[in-house]
Design a protein around this ligand. Structure first.
Ligand code: E4P
Length: 216
């Protein structure tokens, strides 16, 4: 399973990249706004800055909701760098736009996926990635991981090439369970990635080794 970081924060992106395990980045309008990125010029520059840090796919989300504007916006985003993947919402216009981008050599990430039916449609339209939001599904008393399993089975049976990008990750356990369920990629906040490092027995064991090393 590949690891993407789910943030627009350059310091977090650098820190995850320095671990040597980072395969890409996802952003969304909420994450960009959180970093105070405003205006087209600054938005495009911020994506370029992210591409300079990470050697991997960077999802940049369109802000418009109608087909023609999505196409114009997506073309500008894709022109920033070869690693930009245009992130498109799961709507009727979004599906049309994904098909258009696919036919014109621009890779897409279909976002806001909450059902297997939506994932099938996105794959049919040729999305490179599909993003089921597992944390938000859990928040609404459904099982986000079960959706990953269902999409993974359907894609295997049907031979769809679209990669499953588990999104809306809230903790380290979500990462482990996404891997078990067949996600191709997990996009996570820095804290969840670092959460994978932690185990109290590791800390206790290391303290003992350090203590015993002094006797050597
Ligand atoms: C990334 O592709 C998604 O936009 C993101 O994971 C959503 O996360 P959230 O549900 O924590 O906002």
């Amino acid at each position: 399973m590949k690891f993407f970081i789910d943030t627009a924060n350059l310091a977090h992106i650098r820190e995850a990249n320095e671990l040597g395990i980072l395969d890409g980045v996802t952003t969304n309008p909420s994450l960009m706004a959180k970093e105070g990125i405003k205006g087209e010029e600054n938005i495009l520059k911020h994506y370029a800055d992210i591409c300079d840090i990470v050697d991997g796919d960077v999802s940049a989300e369109v802000l418009s909701t109608d087909f023609s504007s999505m196409i114009e916006e997506g073309k500008k985003l894709a022109a920033i760098h070869k690693n930009i993947v245009v992130k498109v919402p799961m709507t009727k216009d979004g599906i049309k736009a994904i098909k258009w981008f696919t036919d014109n050599g621009i890779r897409t990430n279909c976002t806001l996926i909450f059902s297997a039916g939506q994932a099938i449609l996105a794959a049919k339209a040729g999305a490179a990635y599909v993003s089921p939001f597992i944390g938000r599904i859990d928040d609404s008393s459904w099982d986000g991981i079960q959706l990953i399993e269902q999409i993974s089975n359907i894609y295997a049976i049907q031979g769809y090439k679209t990669e499953i990008l588990a999104a809306s990750i809230r903790n380290a356990l979500h990462i482990v369970r996404s891997a078990e369920a067949g996600a191709d990629i997990c996009t996570c906040p820095l804290d969840s990635i670092l959460g994978l490092l932690k185990h109290p027995l590791t800390d206790i064991g290391l303290a003992k080794f350090i203590e015993d090393a002094k006797k050597m």
